[in-house]
Design a protein around this ligand. Structure first.
Ligand SMILES: CC(C)(COP(=O)(O)OP(=O)(O)OC[C@H]1O[C@@H](n2cnc3c(N)ncnc32)[C@H](O)[C@@H]1OP(=O)(O)O)[C@@H](O)C(=O)NCCC(=O)NCCS
Length: 250
């Protein structure tokens, strides 16, 4: 399988061939409900140089999203505990203010469900790194979602993120892909994505009854969803892990 990597800024037309709904099937429905995402995906043409598509022949098989943002200035000395949501808000605020960006962040890599488990993920991580460095950034950060954490939602992320196998590589497959590509795990961002809904919405998103209070375990979620039946609200706060990719570190 020889993949071709396309850059949206250089080949905007090729993205017209993509059926995004095919890729949405790779994500649990509740993960598609974070309203902060609109500050990025709603303005995707403004960050087109940071968006990649992999095709196998004519078939789109993976997408990779990133964005530039300003880092190191007052109030932005540290990567935020709010991870994905936080950096999406920063990159949006930078565009509004016309602020120059010095750093890039990865935001999403998604592989077509039928093509998962065939090694495409590492190709996409490398492609995002190379693209960020080509665009003049020294560093690509990533608020990484360790997918296999969903198998143990009660484990604190700060314990899970640092767990390694006998060969010294991360236990989690997705963190492993980043580390193999030259990434370094920095810290947990405990408030990376916040997804809220009424209990009717959570029922629709998950097919679960949502008729009890308390932490509710949901398939595909990295931590339990916090529920109040009296207030008709479910809150999911997803922890992710900040990973740093530096130019020349692979
Ligand atoms: C996470 C994702 C990008 C991985 O892509 P992929 O192309 O399937 O991954 P690869 O085939 O390159 O495999 C990467 C590693 O994960 C492992 N892996 C793949 N699927 C797995 C599964 N279902 N369970 C456990 N490990 C798995 C592979 O064995 C490999 O690890 P190894 O090389 O150390 O053995 C893909 O599953 C996906 O699109 N998921 C939905 C979106 C998402 O979670 N994106 C990541 C956060 S932005």
């Amino acid at each position: 399988m020889a993949l071709t990597i396309h850059n949206r800024g250089l080949e905007p037309d090729i993205f017209g061939t993509v059926n995004h709904a095919d890729f949405d099937r790779s994500w649990p429905l509740f993960m598609q409900q974070d309203p902060t995402g609109q500050l990025y995906y709603g303005e995707i043409d403004k960050v087109a140089d940071y968006v990649l598509l992999a095709t196998d022949g004519d078939e789109p098989v993976a997408k990779a999203y990133s964005a530039p943002f300003a880092f190191g200035s007052k109030g932005r000395e540290e990567l935020p505990a709010t991870g994905w949501d936080g950096v999406v808000r920063w990159q949006h605020a930078d565009r509004l203010a016309g602020r120059a960006a010095n750093i890039a962040t990865a935001l999403e890599i998604v592989v077509l469900k039928e093509r998962q488990g065939t090694g495409i993920a590492s190709t996409m991580v490398k492609a995002l790194r190379d693209n960020a460095f080509r665009l003049g950034h020294d560093v690509l950060y990533a608020p990484v979602r360790p997918s296999q954490k969903s198998e143990e939602p009660e484990t604190p992320m700060d314990e899970y993120a640092w767990r390694v196998r006998d060969d010294g590589l991360p236990y989690d497959a997705w963190l492993r892909v980043h580390v193999r590509a030259g990434g370094r795990i920095l810290k947990v961002c405990p408030l990376s994505m916040t997804i809220v809904g009424t209990l009717a919405q959570w029922r629709e998103w998950t097919g679960l009854p949502f008729d009890n209070d308390g932490p509710i375990v949901v398939a595909g979620a990295l931590t339990p969803v916090l529920v109040s039946t009296a207030h008709d609200v479910g809150v999911y706060v997803e922890p992710n892990v900040w990973v740093e990719h530096r130019g020349g570190s692979a």
